[in-house]
Design a protein around this ligand. Structure first.
Ligand SMILES: Cc1ncc(COP(=O)(O)O)c(C=O)c1O
Length: 391
């Protein structure tokens, strides 16, 4: 990807065509199986830092029939942007007014009978039934009804459905260890999910979609697909299970590039300490470049002395501590202020990827892209598309 001549400090470039193609690739992969599931692309947290609207449009163009978000605001923003397809919003607070979501034709999740009662109250007030996805906790111990409360939730939902206040559109759960295909929690959770579906069926519920799989399960475990897969990180071109399979081998292309211009360059001598605490001391004379990004922009401080970069085609890395607004990297001789330092990108030109940053920092690629593009980040974001239809 060529650099924009315009940016002066740093920029984050989102390749929407890559997201669209990744989604096409994922849709094709699941469609290859008989009764292939529908695809939901998860665009929560501002599209994992890639931008809510661009990511959503690219996902729809790639074949996503559903979008998934955590918060109500994200769902309503998608409607304001003109998205008229199915959207599921799955995280609500006690006392939430579900009215605006129901009115905007957004599917909502119920984790408990108390929450279902709030949904029913809003639907009644509005005179419009809510489409609800009942969530069962099959073993993640995060959101969803515990098994002990599942029967009650199902029965309350059935009553509300008979009364015309809700339609149980979905029954769903979330896996804890999908990125470890051999983990015993996977079959255990599937077993609990099967039992929960039976309870629902016995109560007379007939959901349109049963869904369990995230990206890792969608890519590695067809038994977990049911009627819908919820794909997040893979849509952005990163592997959900890098220890098992690389993004490249899955045909996925990372969509986010982060780059900056050197604010200054200088030569340092052997023995010179670099950045706060002198945690790095030069073991040779070298050229260094000052990169005008720091943890105020979402660069993990854990990247200190390990974060990989590319300068003038040379791979090098952060020297010493990442500061709030800046860090120092080794640079080839001849590097000048204004030269480009690529932090990560698709990898096509030999630059590091977000996965390389995650490996270096001891985290996951999800966190790298989400925090860089996130609201805390100060670097400008720019969206590109090779045929111009998405931006
Ligand atoms: C409930 C739910 N489903 C699906 C996803 C997508 O997960 P992934 O990005 O691993 O595909 C997430 C993301 O964390 C999630 O919270």
């Amino acid at each position: 990807m060529s650099a924009s001549a315009e940016y002066s400090r740093a920029e984050i470039v989102i390749d929407l065509a890559a997201i669209r193609r990744n989604v096409e690739t994922l849709c094709t992969a699941v469609a290859a199986h008989a009764d292939g599931p529908a695809v939901m692309v998860v665009v929560k947290a501002d599209g994992y830092g890639h931008g809510l609207f661009g990511s959503a449009r690219a996902a729809r163009a790639g074949g996503a029939t559903w979008l998934g978000v955590a918060e109500r605001g994200e769902a309503l923003d998608l409607r304001s942007d003109g998205d008229s397809g199915r959207i599921l919003a799955w995280l609500a607070m006690p006392g939430e007014d579900f009215g605006p979501l129901i009115e905007a034709d957004i599917d909502v999740a119920a984790y408990s009978t108390a929450q279902l009662a709030e949904i029913v109250a809003a639907a009644q007030a509005l005179g419009q039934p809510a489409r609800v996805h009942l969530k069962v906790d099959t073993g993640l111990s995060r959101g969803g009804a515990p098994r002990s409360q599942w029967q009650d939730l199902v029965e309350a939902a059935r009553t509300a459905e008979t009364d015309g206040h809700v339609k149980v559109a979905g029954i769903w759960s979330h896996l804890a260890c999908a990125d470890q295909p051999d983990h015993p929690a996977n079959p255990e959770q599937e077993g609990v999910f099967e039992a929960a579906l039976e309870v629902a069926e016995e109560a007379g519920l007939d959901p349109e979609v049963r869904h369990l799989a995230n990206s890792a399960a969608a890519l590695l475990h067809p038994e977990s697909w049911y009627d819908l897969v919820r794909i997040g990180i893979a849509a952005y071109g990163l592997s959900p299970a890098p220890a098992v399979v690389s993004a490249e081998s899955l045909g996925l292309v990372p969509a986010m590039t982060v780059r900056a211009r050197a604010a200054m360059t200088k030569d340092i001598a052997i023995g010179d300490g670099v950045s706060y605490g002198h945690t790095y001391v030069a073991d040779k004379a070298m050229r260094v470049a000052l990169v005008p990004l720091g943890y105020g922009d979402g660069i993990p401080r854990h990247a200190s002395s390990v974060g990989p970069v590319q300068v003038r085609g040379m791979r090098s890395q952060v020297l010493g501590r990442v500061c709030m607004d800046q860090f120092v990297v080794e640079a080839p001789r001849g590097t000048l202020a204004g030269d480009e330092v690529v932090l990560f990108g698709s990898g096509a030109d030999g630059e590091p990827t977000a996965q390389d940053w995650a490996d270096a920092c001891g985290t996951i690629s999800y966190e790298i892209v989400t925090r860089m593009g996130g609201i805390a980040g100060r670097a400008e974001r720019r969206w590109t598309d090779d045929d111009g239809t998405l931006v």
